[in-house]
Design a protein. Structure first.
Length: 720
């Protein structure tokens, strides 16, 4: 550690900031560290108070539920929540006033991609996912069925290719239709007097909506790209008659590229493992590369070495003949960690670990200044976008607001340069969302229903009330539906449209794209102008939904349906069913399999987001939020005697063997079942369940961090 302005800074972090971040940022080292130290020392006590308040509230909740039967005393329950300050006095109506918001957030509706920022290969891919090949996305996924000779196979299958092309042309016909003909019938696209002409075998036609044509690449006569726009999103028809696919197409179309991930959240939180300075520096360094535009990664794929860099902007000839520039990359936001965790990379003057959220706010903003002072390749509006997770109630949001003010002062930035995306993912935030929005009304750029964390919090908060319904039933529960609606209500009521996003949650089945195409329109119909997707391919496909539905008008009509949903929000997902032994085993096994499959990779491989098969063999995206649900659910059933400790332990051991088999191909994998006592991952899984009631808000971070650090130390000792 290095002593710097009353702080003790890990040398790796110190040298990274001194040598890589501060140069070119315009800040002096001494002033920076002095200011950083002042922020740390003035904000730490409040941070601790807020965490203490969470504990006090939880204790009161537990006590209340132990003494009362919620089902029979709902009125008293509500009064009790007001009395303990869990339900806040609501602020008067107001409108948010956020300014300098990039159009990807303020005006366009489209997919939001999330990616673990510590993985440079994936992070680059995500930043570049602004544009996605529809042909590739369709060909590679189950959206196109493999029936009748259309299977994927190992080499290009023209039968499947035909289906892909037909799907894409149908999309064009529905989205940017031609007058009196289908895009499939076009033999040539060309531009005449700034207008798109589509030639068929027996004549020519144009677009039904002439203004949909925005530009082209190549010559007007033989364009290599035709740029269209619909519902604020671009579609680029790529033409090359010499290309293997273009050759097979009458008009030489080789692909349809769609504007996909308008925004991407670079995640420092639930999809990463970051337990010490080494891990944090990797995260900060990748973020720096993204903000400077020089992040690269080299890796082997398919027998070749791939050098991945950030995409450039795209240039077209506009309809008036002038150059038209479109962004080549997604607008990047950075998800900081919440208020809970501390990290040994930074100690205060008394040797206490500094809250990681405070460090993230300072360091990720400092890094983003390279974009603001540089080419503004990320935010043309000159904003820094921080997503803040896991805040409980408006006091905690107000704390973030004050912290961001202080960071702006330290960095000499205009007030509200730092924008905030508020994750509506804790019960106390949902119930007081209007107040939460009010606390950041000048800088808010989104509210998002993080339903996964939110489900975990629903279980933990009412842990003592009784056994909860099964995990799979949560999505249909009264509280969850009210939560989704009330989030939109509050967003509309506080004037988010036009300034900020009303966002919907993650599609957590990364390989089930057909299901996503059928179901995720629900997010738009419910008023979300963005929704989370787990991969660039999912972003490309989900983008089609925003052509199908125009969210702006949906939001306008939903404005009429805004109502108070407090009663539904306060409906606990308790069950009085008598489950059969098989049902209980199945529930436990499903939870245990996902939990172990995720935890083993977290603790022993440093992977924070994994695709883990459930007991029906569906690969599920697992992160710390899904882990929070499965662990808390098992704890809840244990707590209420639905299952015994012995039963849970047997299930864990059984499922550990299944997970071991699933990972058998990985030479770096250490089977848990070889020695349950010695397996740090297995022990972590046990802690998460058997110590679940005492985990703060049911979070998994404290145990995961402790066990990962233990594993790292063990590996270091083995090396030495
Ligand atoms: C509750 C919450 O907080 S949700 C938010 C947190 N969750 C996330 O961020 C999910 C991010 N997604 C992921 O990490 C991954 O998609 C996983 C773990 C779910 C699946 O990963 P994998 O099993 O490696 O996926 P798969 O093998 O199908 O695909 C890998 C390819 O897709 C790309 N890819 C997958 N996910 C992403 C992503 N989120 N961003 C960018 N690229 C991605 C990879 O770069 C890789 O392509 P490449 O070989 O050209 O580099
Ligand atoms: O962060 C997202 C969630 O669902 O939790
Ligand atoms: Mg979350």
């Amino acid at each position: 550690m290095i002593n710097k302005a009353d702080l003790q800074v890990n040398t790796e972090l110190y040298s990274f900031i001194e040598k890589e971040v501060l140069p070119g940022s315009g800040y002096e080292s001494e002033t920076f560290w002095q200011g950083f130290s002042e922020i740390v020392h003035s904000f730490m006590p409040d941070n601790q108070k807020l965490l203490h308040k969470r504990e006090v509230i939880q204790q009161k909740m537990d006590d209340w539920h132990k003494k009362h039967k919620w089902q029979e005393e709902r009125k008293d329950y509500e009064a009790f929540l007001r009395e303990i300050g869990y339900l806040e006095e609501q602020v008067e109506d107001f409108q948010i006033t956020t300014q300098h918001v990039d159009p990807e957030i303020a005006r366009q509706a489209g997919p939001q991609l999330v990616v673990p920022v510590n993985n440079a290969r994936y992070a680059l891919n995500a930043a570049n996912a602004r544009w996605g090949s529809l042909y590739d996305a369709l060909y590679g996924t189950d959206v196109i069925s493999g029936d009748n000779g259309a299977e994927k196979g190992t080499s290009y299958n023209p039968v499947r290719g035909e289906k892909v092309i037909a799907y894409a042309k149908k999309f064009l016909d529905e989205t940017v239709p031609l007058e009196g003909c289908s895009h499939s019938d076009v033999t040539r696209y060309y531009i005449e007097n700034g207008t798109l002409v589509a030639q068929m075998q027996d004549g020519k036609t144009g677009l039904q909506e002439l203004e949909a044509f925005k530009g082209h690449q190549g010559s007007a006569d033989r364009p290599s790209a035709v740029l269209l726009q619909h519902h604020g999103l671009h579609i680029d028809i790529r033409i090359d008659a010499s290309h293997p696919i273009g050759k097979t197409d009458r008009a030489g179309v080789k692909d349809v590229v769609v504007e996909a991930a308008l925004t991407t959240i670079m995640d420092c939180e639930d999809s990463v493992t970051a337990v010490d300075a080494e891990d944090k520096v990797l995260i900060y360094r990748n973020w720096l590369g993204l903000m400077k535009g020089n992040l690269t990664e080299k890796f082997a794929k398919g027998g070749e070495t791939v050098h991945r860099t950030l995409c450039h902007d795209r240039y077209y000839t506009g309809t008036n003949g002038d150059d038209l520039k479109l962004k080549g990359r997604s607008l990047l936001l950075i998800r900081n960690v919440g208020h809970l965790m501390t990290n040994s990379m930074l100690l205060d003057r008394d040797g206490n670990e500094v809250p990681e959220g405070i460090a993230d706010a300072v360091i990720t903003s400092l890094i983003a200044v390279h974009d603001l002072n540089g080419k503004r390749s990320n935010s043309t509006e000159g904003s820094i976008y921080i997503v803040k997770p896991k805040m409980h109630g408006s006091e905690e949001v107000a704390f973030s607001n004050r912290l961001f003010n202080a960071v702006e002062d330290l960095l000499g930035l205009d007030r509200h340069t730092i924008k905030i995306g508020v994750m509506d993912e804790e019960r106390r935030t949902t119930l007081n969302l209007k107040n939460c929005i009010h606390a950041v009304k000048d800088r808010i750029v989104f509210i998002n229903t993080g339903f996964l964390d939110r489900t975990g919090d629903e279980i933990h908060t009412s842990m003592q009330a009784g056994p909860m319904i099964r995990k799979g039933e949560m999505k249909q529960s009264v509280w969850l539906n009210a939560y989704e609606k009330s989030n939109v209500d509050n967003g509309l009521l506080c004037g988010l449209p036009g300034k900020a996003q009303i966002g919907k949650g993650m599609w957590a089945m990364p390989d089930r794209m057909k299901d996503m195409m059928e179901q995720k329109t629900g997010h738009l119909k419910a008023g979300g102008n963005t929704a989370w997707v787990p991969s660039p391919i999912a972003a490309t496909l989900h983008a089609l939904h925003y052509h199908e539905y125009e969210v702006e008008s949906i939001q306008a009509s939903l404005r009429e349906e805004v109502m108070n949903r407090e009663q539904e929000l306060l409906t606990l997902p308790l069950s009085d069913r008598q489950w059969s032994h098989e049902e209980i085993e199945q529930e436990l096994e499903n939870n245990a399999q996902g939990l172990l499959g995720y935890v083993v990779r977290w603790v022993e491989h440093g992977v924070g987001c994994s695709k883990v098969p459930d007991i029906h063999n569906v690969g599920l995206m697992e992160d710390r939020a899904t882990l929070r649900i499965s662990s808390q659910h098992m704890t809840n059933w244990l707590q209420h005697g639905i299952c015994s400790e012995e039963q849970v332990m047997n299930v864990l051991k059984k499922m550990a063997k299944v997970v071991d088999e699933q990972n058998a191909q990985d030479p770096a994998y250490q089977p848990m079942s070889e020695d349950f006592e010695q397996s740090i991952a297995f022990q972590a899984a046990c802690d998460l369940i058997f110590q679940g009631t005492s985990q703060p808000s049911g979070y998994t971070e404290p145990i995961l961090h402790k066990r990962r650090l233990e594993y790292k130390e063990k590996m270091l000792a083995v090396k030495e």
